[in-house]
Design a protein. Structure first.
Length: 284
């Protein structure tokens, strides 16, 4: 119980820090120059620039239906932390004044992208997200090997082109693209790049871990193994999961078998059944 409480406390603190970094990026570097971030925040900024509506409230409003969809579909720690992150980001955007820290667009783009990447990466490391497209990604990638990266790139591209067209200023659009690119690189540094990963767990507590892993709704393959030096019989559990669910799986293994050996590899793609269903469990 203490470990569980400590885990939640640490996750909430991380979301608080991530939200503060993202709000600082928006109000100090991006919004003063009318630059865009990626995802739902970029859409909120775009609408705010042309309507003079409060961008922080637009950010909350646009995220609300996605958060509700996530709660109904996922209903896990990921969505709870995402709700916390979105609410805190909105709150920090109200507290932090919108002011120009640097007049240089390149510096502002780079600094803004780094801060958003740090904030998003920190939130994802503890099993949450910053809302928006991450929630769509989590829902869609649970059921199939969906080429989400290309789709999200296309959606962000539409927002960038809209900024360039309506503002008649392609410099802003290009600097926004630079900021989004840097954000992605920073997230890759802090968190994993691929949407899906394969996890190999060598354990002596097969039955216990299998029982606990059932709540993750993932198929698990059990392989008999033997230690090369100890000659002890063990089991290896292999499963494919998404980066949004990886933190939950890692915490589960740490809690119930801290001595287990875990190897995590990037997965380019999968074929066949990916999500566990009531009748079919791949690998079982």
């Amino acid at each position: 119980m203490f470990q569980l409480q400590r885990s939640w406390t640490g996750s909430l603190i991380a979301c608080l820090l991530g939200a503060a970094l993202i709000a600082s990026s928006f109000n100090l570097f991006l919004i003063p120059h009318q630059l865009l971030s990626g995802g739902i925040s970029g859409v909120s900024m775009l609408v705010g620039y042309f309507t003079d509506w409060n961008i922080s409230l637009l950010f909350l409003i646009f995220n609300a239906p996605l958060l509700i969809w996530g709660l109904l579909t996922l209903g896990r720690k990921f969505i709870i932390l995402s709700v916390v992150s979105v609410v805190l980001t909105t709150w920090f955007m109200q507290l932090i004044p919108t002011m120009t820290v640097s007049k240089d667009l390149i510096i502002s783009s780079v600094a803004g992208g780094v801060l958003v990447g740090l904030g998003t990466g920190i939130s994802m490391r503890v099993g949450g997200s910053t809302g928006g497209f991450d929630i769509i990604a989590s829902i869609l990638t649970r059921k199939r090997d969906f080429s989400l990266g290309t789709s999200l790139f296309g959606l962000n591209g539409i927002v960038i082109v809209a900024l360039g067209l309506f503002k008649n200023n392609w410099d802003l659009a290009l600097y926004s693209m630079l900021s989004m690119f840097i954000t992605g690189k920073v997230i890759d540094t802090i968190h994993i790049r691929h949407l899906k990963v394969t996890v190999f767990i060598v354990t002596k507590k097969k039955d216990l871990l299998l029982k606990k892993m059932q709540k993750l709704k993932r198929g698990v393959t059990v392989i008999d193994t033997e230690g090369a030096y100890t000659k002890e019989a063990q089991h290896m559990l292999m499963t494919v999961t998404t980066r949004y669910e990886l933190n939950e799986l890692q915490n589960l293994v740490r809690q119930w078998d801290p001595q287990a050996f875990v190897n995590i590899t990037e997965t380019v793609g999968v074929m066949g059944l990916f999500r566990r269903s009531d009748r079919n469990e791949p690998g079982n």
